[in-house]
Ligand binder design. Structure first.
Ligand code: SF4
Length: 259
């Protein structure tokens, strides 16, 4: 067989593989990626608030001078557009109907086609259950070159997996950030969860993500202050700020200004 024939054969094989992958992907209707301009990366979103199994103080707004203000960011701003809502509803419906395996079966080839450097699970919404968590971590394992970010409030799920010795291996390219407000019960739960995970997987990248209104609230803490979240920062995205702290395996907590 000469070189031209060999190249043609390889091209045909590649086209066939592509076709098979697309056909398999199309069987699973409903999942769609989102692209958030602030994070400047693709994400796989679920409905804000309603799909969050364990709500925390962050979801209900932030306490300011004894009054609760605001609400989950995922229910405000651009997130309110009906086409974005529909996409997130479809993602959840598909996940519940076909199971978490279907998410992995769709997401892995989809991301392999794009090969993004960064990917976020859930700009809005959260992990649904244990098999969803398994599918997320297994997807990350299959895409070791993509830096992935999983923000979550669902500490109960992670703690339960630790207690039952069922915690799936957290790959190096997966950063889990446990969201909370300083001085709340959720912060305590996040610290317990972080310790429980690290006692089982000492190199796992699991840190806390603090939401603050004023930096005084974080007195005495060491953290990376998100350069984009203050409204007057002048940066519109992580890329503009040249920051990928949330996605990279850097040890340390992060803090976002409430918006
Ligand atoms: S800390 Fe960095 S990576 Fe995280 S949201 Fe802010 S700018 Fe983006």
């Amino acid at each position: 067989m000469n070189l031209t024939h060999f190249q043609e054969k390889m091209e045909r094989m590649y086209a066939k593989m592509q076709h098979q992958t697309n056909a398999k992907t199309q069987q699973i209707q409903g999942y769609r990626l989102s692209f958030t301009s602030k994070m400047d990366c693709f994400s796989c979103d679920l409905p804000a608030y309603t799909s969050c199994k364990q709500k925390s103080e962050v979801c209900y707004g932030i306490l300011c001078k004894g009054k609760r203000k605001g609400s989950c960011y995922g229910t405000r701003g651009n997130f309110r557009y009906s086409n974005c809502k529909l996409l997130r509803d479809n993602n959840l419906r598909t996940l519940l109907k076909h199971g978490a395996g279907s998410l992995e079966a769709w997401l892995v080839p989809t991301l392999l086609n794009i090969m993004p450097d960064f990917f976020r699970f859930h700009s809005t919404g959260d992990v649904q259950n244990y098999s969803h968590l398994q599918a997320i971590l297994s997807t990350a394992r299959k895409l070791p070159k993509t830096n992935m970010f999983l923000p979550t409030h669902y500490t109960k799920l992670l703690l339960k997996a630790c207690i039952n010795d069922n915690l799936p291996r957290i790959p190096k390219n997966m950063q889990i950030k446990l969201s909370c407000i300083r001085g709340t019960r959720q912060e305590k739960r996040c610290l317990e969860t972080q310790q429980a995970i690290l006692s089982r997987q000492k190199n796992a990248n699991v840190h806390l993500a603090y939401v603050y209104r004023s930096l005084d609230e974080l007195d005495g803490l060491q953290f990376w202050a998100c350069p984009v979240s203050p409204k007057n920062s002048g940066f519109k995205s992580c890329t503009e700020a040249k920051c990928r702290f949330c996605f990279l395996p850097i040890k340390g907590n992060v803090a976002y200004k409430y918006h």
